[in-house]
Design a protein around this ligand. Structure first.
Ligand SMILES: [Zn+2]
Length: 219
């Protein structure tokens, strides 16, 4: 949110931290999706590329995902996923949950951030110029995390999902969704390892928990 995004760990290092995840790239150029050992860069205007091993990642969350239960459900909206997760673990409001949704989505609205126009441009500003696309009857995979409210800022509190289609041609940060029948693999996460940047820029920026800003830009 503070716009410090000019460096980070490499793709090859992120791959050691999990088989599933999401995040962004240097200068917030697009959305990151980690799925089964491949890191994809979902760029504005619907461009997707497999990231190079030495591309840098200023922010990402990843997990070694192993589904503890898989259910087949109907999702009327993005919020419907909450009820599905609650049914699996109804006392996880202070724990993390990770999940993977697979199948055909009747409607998906995704965004991709276009990248910083100047050093330090905050995410809230980028959100106003993001690329938004709506897809219908598209098959693919959503990687998602649900984070506790108290962790806002480290993560996006609540649901955070990135999508990529089966052909690896379209994708982005999920703003809205609707699906008649999809499979959801779910796992509760209670072991969290956090690695912070050590750059002078990171240390000199004034950081705050911008609850309203995060909600408006991350949907
Ligand atoms: Zn995102």
């Amino acid at each position: 949110m503070s716009g410090v995004s000019d460096s980070g760990i490499t793709v090859s290092k992120l791959l050691q931290k999990g088989n599933q995840g999401l995040g962004t790239f240097v200068r917030m150029d697009g959305e990151l999706l980690l799925l089964d050992g491949a890191v994809y860069q979902l760029q504005a205007e619907g461009k997707i590329r497999v990231a190079d091993q030495d591309d840098e990642i200023p922010y990402a969350a990843a997990t070694h995902f192993r589904s503890q239960r898989t259910v087949t459900v109907k999702l009327d909206t993005k919020d419907s996923i909450d009820a599905v997760l609650e049914e699996f673990n109804d006392h996880a409001s202070n724990l993390f949950m990770s999940y993977r949704i697979e199948g055909v989505f009747q409607r998906l609205k995704c965004r991709t951030v276009k990248g910083q126009e100047y050093d330090g441009q905050p995410l809230s500003e980028l959100g106003k110029k993001q690329f938004v696309a709506e897809y219908h009857d598209v098959e693919g995979t959503i990687v998602g995390f649900r984070s506790p409210v108290a962790w806002q800022g480290f993560f996006v509190a609540g649901e955070h999902m990135h999508f990529i289609d089966q052909e690896r041609k379209i994708g982005g940060h999920v703003l809205e969704l609707q699906a008649r029948e999809v499979n959801v693999g779910i796992a509760t996460v209670n072991n969290v390892h956090i690695e912070l940047p050590t750059s002078d820029k990171f240390n000199s920026v004034v950081m705050s928990t911008d609850d309203a800003g995060l909600k408006s830009v991350e949907g």
